[in-house]
Design a protein around this ligand. Structure first.
Ligand SMILES: [Zn+2]
Length: 84
């Protein structure tokens, strides 16, 4: 319904909020779940989440500033502060 007709699903992003995440999950503990699952990119991860978002499966994930950049780049989520 909020579709802009591009044919691509772009999820909204929110300032990181541990309350959005499942208790006990990586994200709820204040870590970057985006890179926590991807050891190949861990070297560049700041580990400090700045964004909360739902992935394409509808699961809440947290991302550091680098993850935010990458996800926006890939068109998976909106830049922070848009659509709020
Ligand atoms: Zn990260």
């Amino acid at each position: 319904m909020a579709c802009r007709g591009t044919g691509v699903d772009v999820n909204p992003s929110y300032p990181y909020d541990p309350d959005l995440h499942e208790p006990g999950s990586v994200a709820a503990k204040g870590s970057c779940s985006q890179h926590g699952q991807d050891s190949a990119e861990r070297g560049t991860c700041t580990g400090e989440p700045v964004v909360s978002f739902q992935d394409r499966h509808g699961r809440w994930q947290s991302g550091c500033s680098l993850a935010l950049e990458q996800l926006v780049d890939r068109g998976e989520i909106q830049p922070l502060g848009q659509g709020a």
